[in-house]
Design a protein around this ligand. Structure first.
Ligand SMILES: *Cc1c(COP(=O)(O)O)cnc(C)c1O
Length: 469
């Protein structure tokens, strides 16, 4: 028998630690300030043969590991996209962790399945998708996109790909712009379709959306070459600069050609709970598959990707496996969500959404998103008004990019500037490139951010830029 843990004591300790940790965040540097290898050097190479005291383990957690954490829940986390874990979602996750149910089938936890169906339908209504879309929680947008690409593949191969493989078939073709997330590339690799068959469509206009005429032409050319067009992946709010395809136009081309459309709105989808932002994805109701991540902006902590599908039968036909031990005889018509995703096992992810949506209500979440958008727009205006700053891409929701232009070697100068900003620790930003040039990305989205945090961002950026120039 292993040593018995004082479960009550350590559970309370963990919860109290979490509360104190969250309260301490503003005083911590956002990005970890450790050099590579410093954490590993403090960890014994040999596994422990004898059990150790919890006091010692907990103390090492604080002493060795905590300094090596980047604080994603820090209110001045402006890098990448947020990965918000609202406090209420943390509480729900405690309960999920305690029960630790494996919710792969309806019968392995009916409440998990039935709650998932209900809260996903709440979310569907919240973002303005029409009735008829069915929802499932995937572990990540990457998984949702992979599932959608597998459906594209099976549809295009008359449902024979899983059995026969791709070898004897003509090339399948998938269409997307240059602005889509790298998870699309990986879905194309993993599905066996192959990167050479991901056709990049040039973008036009301020939103950097796919040129619909070029899209239609590419499909026609592929058909003439004997290839088999299978689907289109559109983005609403690309990762780099928030690019948005004209989804109405993409859907129109798809319908004319009998193609499946998947919309990746991993980040921007959360903002669609506000009606005034839905102009960014007009036409989405014509898509076959839509994913967005409540684990990014909305506050339902990782992992929680909401995947909406117009025809779940296609997904189940593509992904369901039926070994004898998974059969739930006599319960026909029940949903087994593991048939809707690549992994079999599933955590009880719907509970945190239920807690989050009930506690904050859509109005509370809308107010947060509207604030983030307004504060980001104001920061862009303030930077634009400063000497030697240029806005490289205007705000899309709460994301924009800028450069400091005080020197000749702008790329190196801006890389150095991001480095010194992140070493300073008060805020955290990431760099990227637009049209080959280095720029600095800013996104406002952390759950507990205030307007004063945006002001701090302005102060830090302008102060360190001047020091560097
Ligand atoms: C973050 C992001 C993804 C990847 O999301 P995961 O849930 O981490 O797989 C995909 N697409 C876009 C547009 C994103 O912003």
């Amino acid at each position: 028998m292993p040593e018995e843990l004082d479960f009550e004591r350590w559970s309370k300790k963990a919860a109290e630690w979490g509360v104190a940790y969250r309260a301490s965040l503003r005083g911590r540097p956002v990005r970890a300030q450790t050099a590579p290898g410093t954490i590993a050097a403090q960890l014994p190479a040999l596994p422990p043969e004898q059990g150790e005291a919890m006091e010692a383990i907990f103390a090492d957690f604080e002493k060795i590991l905590l300094p090596g954490m980047t604080h994603w829940q820090h209110p001045r986390f402006f890098a990448y996209f947020p990965a918000n874990a609202a406090p209420v979602s943390v509480v729900a996750e405690y309960l999920v962790t305690a029960m630790a149910a494996q919710c792969m089938l309806w019968q392995t936890s009916p409440a998990a399945t039935e709650l998932e169906t209900r809260v996903l339908d709440w979310l569907r209504q919240a973002i303005g998708l029409p009735a008829g879309f069915a929802g499932v929680i995937q572990d990540s947008a990457s998984s949702a996109t992979l599932a959608a690409v597998l459906v594209m593949r099976e549809r295009a191969l008359s449902w024979k790909g899983n059995k026969a493989g791709l070898a004897a078939n003509p090339r399948l073709r998938i269409y997307a712009s240059q602005e889509v997330h790298t998870s699309i590339d990986r879905a194309i690799w993993v599905s066996g379709i192959g990167e050479e068959n991901l056709v990049r469509i040039p973008t036009t206009g301020g939103h950097r959306g796919m040129d619909a005429v070029a899209l239609a032409d590419a499909i026609t050319r592929d058909r003439e070459a004997g290839h088999v067009p299978a689907g289109i992946i559109a983005c609403a709010g690309g990762t780099n600069v928030g690019a948005c395809d004209d989804i109405s136009a993409v859907v129109r081309v798809a319908r004319e050609n009998g193609l499946y459309v998947h919309v990746d709105a991993a980040w921007a989808g959360s903002a669609m709970i506000c009606e005034e932002f839905r102009h960014l994805w007009v036409g989405v109701e014509g898509a076959d598959s839509v994913v967005f991540n409540p684990h990014k902006w909305l506050g339902a902590q990782f992992d929680c990707s909401a995947h909406f599908i117009r025809n779940p039968e296609d997904l189940v036909r593509t992904l369901a496996i039926h070994p004898e031990f998974l059969k739930t005889h006599g319960h026909d018509g029940l949903i087994n969500y593991s048939e809707w995703s690549v992994p079999l096992g599933r955590r009880f992810r719907a509970l945190k959404l239920w807690f989050l949506l009930r506690f904050h209500g859509l109005e509370g979440l809308r107010a947060m998103i509207r604030n983030h958008v307004a504060w980001s727009e104001r920061l862009a205006e303030r930077l634009k008004a400063e000497p030697d700053f240029e806005i490289v891409t205007e705000p899309v929701l709460s994301l924009f990019s800028f450069r400091h232009t005080a020197t000749d070697d702008l790329d190196q100068h801006n890389l150095d500037l991001v480095g010194s900003i992140n070493d300073d620790g008060r805020i955290y930003l990431t760099q990227s490139r637009v049209d080959g040039k280095v720029m600095i990305r800013f996104q406002a989205g952390q759950f507990e951010m205030t307007e004063a945090d945006a002001d701090t961002a302005f102060d830090v950026i302008t102060e360190l830029a001047r020091n560097k120039a």
